[in-house]
Write a protein that binds this ligand. Sequence first.
Ligand code: AMP
Length: 317
Amino acid sequence: MPVLVVGSLGLDTLTTPFGQVKEVLGGTTSYFALAASMYTDVQVVAVVGTDFPEEYRRVLDGRRIDLQGIQVREGKTFRWSGEYRFDMNLAQTLDTQLNVFADFHPRLPEEYRSTRYVFLANIHPALQLEVVSQVHRPKLVVMDSMNFWIEHSKASLTEVMRRSDVVLLNDAEVRQFAETPNLISGARHILSLGPRAVVVKKGEHGALLVSKEDGVFVAPAYPQEEVRDPTGAGDSFAGGVIGYLASRDDVSPQAMRRAIIHGCAVASFTVEDFSVRRLERLSSSEVRERYTLFRNLTQFTDEELGVGISQPPTPKS
Ligand code: AMP
């Protein structure tokens, strides 16, 4: 089954403790599409200006990625500039130039409207609602967002959550949205609005899946020592999760658990290099290998009761 993604596509200038790159391929859809295309066909709806480099279009074009939903508008492409210092979980936005993205209204090509797996990447919630109103009977709608929309457009963001099956947010966003310091109660608050599941992304600490059918599932992050650029980790996580589910056409609780691990595995590759470079040269056998490593990260065996556990003294009668 194909996956549809709607979001930003642009040029990023990124600074991390390991270097700087200028005007490289970025935007939520490029990370998502490259990650999800490891699993299935991807349809992209986004906008670029006439200055969008042909070589970047070719990076996406060479995969199982359909680009007919990309609008080309007279003007400049969306640009974002960010910096990471010592704490690589925290991106500091230095500059955002919306350019042609400022007037973006997603228009889905006719054949995308019946796509059953939909990812609403981080864009204005009103635009996410425009997407939802254009798709016919999707099986799984997953949404992402950010602190800016929680602060400035909470009502329409809440409406997007009501109309989504899965809400994907990072830990700080869950706390901010639910106005509680506790992630589990924050996730439960979001579940009470309607979605089946909430996925809490915790950067280098993995992810939590809180769902109505399956309770809480905890996924570790791969203990990655080679983090050069964390940009796009969240979007490639989403690409791994939804790409996997769509490739199996299965949204059962067990498939959701496996999907989360796929998301963690793909995202752990993204951060190894700047921009989408690592995703460009990623193979499915590498993803499979890392997926199996995740099992070992959390597996442990039972021991006979009492061994290694100090027993309370037996009361004397
Ligand atoms: P992530 O690191 O997964 O949160 O996403 C990084 C991508 O989000 C970068 O490639 C940016 O181009 C893109 N981005 C940054 N700010 C925005 C914004 N306000 N709206 C849409 N996309 C954005």
